[in-house]
Design a protein around this ligand. Structure first.
Ligand code: ATP
Ligand code: BTN
Length: 330
């Protein structure tokens, strides 16, 4: 399934005006029965769209959905950068990261900087095989392809640069300051707002291909949030209505800038900045790999993007994206 069928799209567009609309009225607009409308509504709810019904008034969306339009992306990009828009939109996909990884494996030609965004992921992935809740329309599901010639080893600190790019985009658009949790999470008000999943293919020293995935919560519906097992938040709670097209364009620009900086000078210019945004700065934390656990005080990151932990007065650096960092609750 690549897009919701025409009838569901028409129902969504009608509901997205924000008012109640009866099954009768929707049925008349579409030339189908109320029972058929009810079936389409049930299917949309199944996709994670937060629609409710009140007897005698009809259907309503709990909040309007910040939907993406390819034409709006193109126009915004053209206006701001006077070049061809590198952002591709697909309504429904298994996972934007999986799709770009498949294209790499199939040796399809993609320009570095190509972006894929979707309105829904049927198999959204977090780190270590975790599920990334990806209900229709509600959040941002975003992947950026980047070719990096210095090799895998040099790409180690990349999620640090990506975290800063998300910070830059949100600061530029909404003047909010998010905090960063090593290695790959974005926090707002001490709750998880976004996650980063970097996947790579290539050689240890030769050119490598990276897919940078970002999931950013915008207006998470109750049906999806009940599956999230930690404190989370979304942008709409703090900012009200969001224009997702504008966010996608800004994020792409901010990422390109940070990646260029990373290519030029690695993390050398970013470490101090990242440390000032460290969500667990000076806190007692636990690092765990599943098999082993370390406790200490979180002192920020080093030049390679490793986490610095102070244990009995000594600083020790930890590397690798498969480590879990948690604050010790006292
Ligand atoms: P740790 O680093 O301690 O393992 P983490 O938050 O970094 O924790 P990840 O695997 O990176 O773990 O991220 C997945 C987690 O993010 C989920 O288990 C869930 O708790 C949380 N989360 C926040 N928003 C979402 C979302 N939209 N979909 C899925 N999970 C979300
Ligand atoms: C995390 O575990 O915190 C990382 C979550 C990354 C989610 C994004 S959504 C877009 C891209 N596609 C995926 O399947 N995952 C990433």
């Amino acid at each position: 399934m690549k897009t919701p069928d025409h009838k569901k799209q028409t129902i969504l567009a009608a509901l997205n005006k924000g008012e109640f609309i009866s099954g009768q009225e929707l049925g008349e607009q579409l030339g189908i029965s109320r029972a058929a409308i009810a079936k389409h509504i049930a299917a949309l709810q199944e996709m994670g769209v937060d629609i409710f019904r009140v007897n005698g008034r009809g259907y309503k969306l709990n909040y309007s959905l910040p939907l993406i339009h390819q034409s709006k992306l193109n126009t915004l990009w053209q206006q701001q950068f006077q070049s061809e828009c590198p952002i591709e939109y697909q309504a429904i996909i298994d996972s934007t990261n999986s799709e770009l990884m498949r294209r790499l494996q199939d040796k399809q030609n993609m320009g570095s900087g190509h972006v894929l965004v979707a309105e829904m992921q049927q198999a959204g992935r977090g780190r270590r095989g975790r599920v990334w809740q990806s209900p229709f329309g509600a959040n941002l599901y975003y992947s950026y392809y980047w070719q990096f010639d210095a090799g895998m080893q040099a790409a180690m600190g990349l999620s640090i640069a990506v975290g800063l790019a998300v910070y830059d985009a949100l600061k530029a658009l909404y003047d909010i300051s998010v905090e960063l949790k090593w290695p790959n999470d974005i926090y707002l008000n001490q709750q998880k707002l976004a996650g980063i999943l970097v996947e790579l293919e290539g050689q240890v020293e030769g050119p490598c291909h990276l897919v940078i995935g970002i999931g950013l919560n915008i207006c998470m519906p109750e049906s999806a949030s009940k599956h999230i097992d930690q404190a989370w938040t979304d942008l709409q709670t703090h900012l009200g209505q969001i224009d997702k097209n504008q966010l996608v364009v800004q994020l792409t620009h901010s990422l390109s800038e940070r990646l260029a900086q990373y290519k030029e000078s690695g993390l050398s210019e970013m470490v101090t900045e990242w440390n000032s945004l460290n969500a667990f700065k000076g806190d007692a934390v636990t690092l765990s790999t599943g098999q082993r656990e370390w406790r200490g005080i979180c002192e920020g990151i080093d030049m390679q993007g490793g986490l610095l932990l102070r244990q009995d007065g000594e600083l020790k650096a930890f590397y690798g994206g498969e480590i879990s960092l948690r604050k010790v609750i006292s």
